[in-house]
Design a protein around this ligand. Structure first.
Ligand code: FDA
Length: 511
C-alpha cells in the first residue's frame, strides 16, 4: 500500500546516502526500474517453483562488492523495517533467499567470491558468493593433492551450503563442509564485522550448520582443506528389477555405512523405460573411492559381491575430474566449473533419515510410488553415512545427524514450465509418499536435513512473534537437541529478530 511505497522511497534514499558516505558507487543497487533488475534476480534462481508462486518481488537487489555496502543495507532495512534476505548461490529448495511473504530486499553476494588458498597451512578463505565449482577449480589449480569436502552440484553457493552442513562424495571419509570451518567473517544485525574471536564460540558454533540466515551475513569462511591421493576411482553401475535391483538395494543398506570409509556408494533410484519398452526401476550406484582401482576391487569383492562390480566399470582419474564426473560434466573442460548459471527446474524436495534397513517388501512399495510418477520425473537419492560421520559428536556443530544413521533419503520430483499448472499433482504425490515413508524412517523427531529445506515440516509465523513451541515443530527435525542452544544464541545475538525468514531461529528467552 501507500505506506510501503513511502517506506521504499525512504529506504532507497537512505541507501544512496549510506553508499555516498562510504564512497561506494550506487551501480550495485538495482530497483525494478533498472534494466538489469530482472536478469540479476533470475540469474541464480535454481528452483523456479517458489518464484512462480511468489507475489512479492524484492524492492531492491544489492550486489555489494564491499562490506560497507552490506553494512549500509543492514542499517537502512533496520531503520525502515524491511526484511533483508541474503543470497549466495540461490539454491535454496524453498527459494527463501529470493522470495518472501513480506516486503523485502536481497543482498546478493555474487561479487564477493574471492578464494585464497594457503598451500602451506592447507587452509582457504572463501567468500560466500563463490560457488562450489569455483572453489574446487581454484583448489585444483593450486595443488593436486588438496581438496574440499562439500556438495556435488557445482553451482551451489558457499554461503548457504557451508552454513547448513554440506554433504558430498567424500563425506564418509572427511565429513561435511561445516565440519571444516575454522574461522569466519560475519556482519551482525548492528552492522558490526566479526571474526571468530570477536563473535565468540557460541555464535561461531551456530553458523556451522545452524544456517547463516538467523545470525548475520557471512562474508567469508576459512576452511581446513583435506589431503587426497593423486588418483581416485569412480564407477557408475546400473541395475534394473530384472537384474535383482530390489535384492541389491536391500543388501546395500547393510554395507553402505560400514564399508571402508574411503569408499562412498551413493544410490539414485528412478522409474525408467527398460530396453523392451516396459517400466522398470533403475538403481544407479554412483561411487567414489579415494585410491586406485586395484585397492577398490578386493573391498567390493569381499563386502558387496552382490553388485558384481568389475574393473571395466571403474575409471581412475584425478579428484578434480571426479568432480566433473559426478556433476554430469564428464569429458568437458574443467572451465565448466566456473559457469555460475544453474540448470533451473520446477521441483519439490524432501529428506529423511534411515536408522533400520527397509525390508524388501518395503522397497517394493517404494517402487510402486516411483512408477506412479512419469518416467524420469521423480528420483530418490540414498546417501550413505557412517565412517567419520559416526565419530563426530551430535553437538560438535548444530548439524546433528551422526551415529545411528545408515543413510539419508532425498526425494525430489521435478517438472517443466508447461507442466507447472499441474504442480499440485506432483506436490501431492511427494507428500503422500512422505506420509507412507514414516514407518521406515527416523521418528520423534522425524529428522530432516536443513539444506534440503522443506516448509511442509513447519514454519514460523509470517507476522508477529513465533513461539519456542511453534518453531520446535521444525527446529528439532533439523537440529535435534542443538535447537535449544541455537535459540539461546539467537536470543543473545539478534534479540530483535532482524535476520528472519520462514524457518529462522526465533529469539525467545528460555532461561
Ligand atoms: P541460497 O543463496 O539460496 O541460500 C540458502 C539459505 O542460506 C537462504 O536462507 C539464505 O538466506 C542463506 N544464506 C545464503 N548465503 C548466506 C550468507 N552469506 N550469510 C548468511 N546466510 C546466507 N546439499 C548437499 O549437502 N549436498 C549436495 O550434493 C547438494 N546438491 C544440491 C544440488 C542442487 C541442484 C540443489 C538445488 C541443492 C543441492 N544441495 C546439496 C542443497 C544445498 O546445500 C542448499 O540448497 C544450500 O543452502 C544452497 O546454498 P546457496 O548459497 O546456493 O543458496
Amino acid at each position: 500500500g501507500a505506506s510501503s511505497a513511502h517506506n521504499k522511497n525512504d529506504f532507497l534514499e537512505c541507501l544512496n546516502l549510506q553508499f555516498q558516505k562510504s564512497n561506494s558507487e550506487s551501480d550495485s543497487i538495482y530497483t525494478p526500474q533498472n534494466a538489469s533488475y530482472s536478469s540479476i534476480l533470475q540469474s541464480s534462481i535454481q528452483n523456479l517453483r517458489p518464484a512462480s508462486n511468489s507475489r512479492q518481488r524484492p524492492l531492491v537487489i544489492i550486489t555489494p562488492d564491499h562490506e560497507s555496502q552490506i553494512q549500509a543495507a543492514i542499517y537502512c532495512s533496520k531503520k525502515y523495517g524491511i526484511q533483508l534476505n541474503v543470497r549466495s548461490g540461490g539454491h535454496d529448495y524453498e527459494g527463501l533467499s529470493y522470495t518472501s511473504q513480506t516486503p523485502f530486499i536481497i543482498v546478493d553476494m555474487r561479487n564477493l567470491r574471492s578464494i585464497s588458498i594457503d598451500t602451506e597451512k592447507n587452509t582457504a578463505w572463501v567468500q560466500t558468493g563463490a560457488t562450489l565449482g569455483e572453489l574446487y577449480y581454484t583448489i585444483a589449480e593450486k595443488c593436486k593433492t588438496l581438496a574440499f569436502t562439500a556438495g556435488v552440484c557445482s553451482t551451489v553457493g558457499v554461503g548457504g551450503h557451508f552454513s547448513g552442513g554440506g554433504y558430498g562424495m567424500m563425506s564418509r571419509k572427511h565429513g561435511f563442509a561445516a565440519d571444516h570451518i575454522i574461522d569466519a567473517k560475519l556482519i551482525d544485525a548492528n552492522g558490526q564485522i566479526h571474526d571468530r574471536e570477536s563473535m565468540g564460540e557460541d555464535l561461531f558454533w551456530a553458523i556451522r550448520g545452524g544456517g547463516g540466515t538467523s545470525f548475520g551475513i557471512v562474508v567469508a569462511f576459512k576452511v581446513k582443506l583435506i589431503v587426497i591421493p593423486e588418483t581416485v576411482t569412480v564407477f557408475n553401475v546400473t541395475r534394473t528389477l530384472d537384474q535383482n535391483a530390489t535384492q541389491i538395494v536391500h543388501r546395500w543398506q547393510y554395507v553402505a555405512d560400514k564399508i571402508d570409509e574411503n569408499l562412498l556408494i551413493r544410490l539414485f533410484l528412478r522409474s525408467i523405460n527398460s530396453s523392451n519398452g516396459k517400466r522398470t526401476i533403475g538403481a544407479f550406484f554412483t561411487s567414489l573411492y579415494l585410491g586406485p582401482v586395484d585397492d577398490l576391487l578386493p573391498i567390493m569383492q569381499e563386502k558387496f559381491p552382490e553388485l558384481g562390480l568389475v574393473k571395466e566399470d571403474c575409471t581412475e582419474m584425478p579428484w578434480i575430474e571426479s568432480i566433473l564426473f559426478f556433476a554430469g560434466f564428464q569429458g568437458q573442460s574443467r572451465d565448466v566449473l566456473l559457469n555460475r548459471t544453474p540448470v533451473s527446474a520446477y521441483f519439490k524436495g524432501k529428506s529423511d533419515y534411515v536408522k533400520q534397513p527397509i525390508p524388501e517388501y518395503g522397497l517394493e512399495s517404494i517402487w510402486k510410488f516411483l512408477n506412479e510418477e512419469d518416467v524420469n520425473r521423480a528420483e530418490f537419492e540414498f546417501s550413505p553415512y557412517g565412517g567419520i560421520i559416526d565419530e563426530i559428536s551430535e553437538s560438535e556443530i548444530p548439524f546433528p545427524h551422526r551415529s545411528g544413521n545408515i543413510y539419508m533419503i532425498h526425494y525430489v520430483v521435478s517438472w517443466s514450465e508447461e507442466e507447472n499448472a499441474e504442480s499440485k499433482r506432483h506436490i501431492n504425490w511427494i507428500r503422500k509418499l512422505y506420509g507412507f515413508m514414516a514407518r521406515y524412517v527416523s521418528k520423534s523427531p522425524r529428522d530432516a536435513y536443513f539444506n534440503y529445506r522443506d516448509l511442509d515440516i513447519g514454519m514460523n509465523k509470517i507476522e508477529g512473534n513465533t513461539s519456542y513451541k511453534q518453531a520446535s515443530v521444525w527446529g528439532f527435525k533439523y537440529f535435534n537437541n542443538n535447537f535449544r542452544r541455537l535459540v539461546h544464541i539467537k536470543n543473545k545475538v539478534d534479540p530483535t529478530n532482524f535476520f528472519r525468514n520462514e524457518q529462522s531461529i526465533p529469539p525467545v528467552s528460555l532461561w
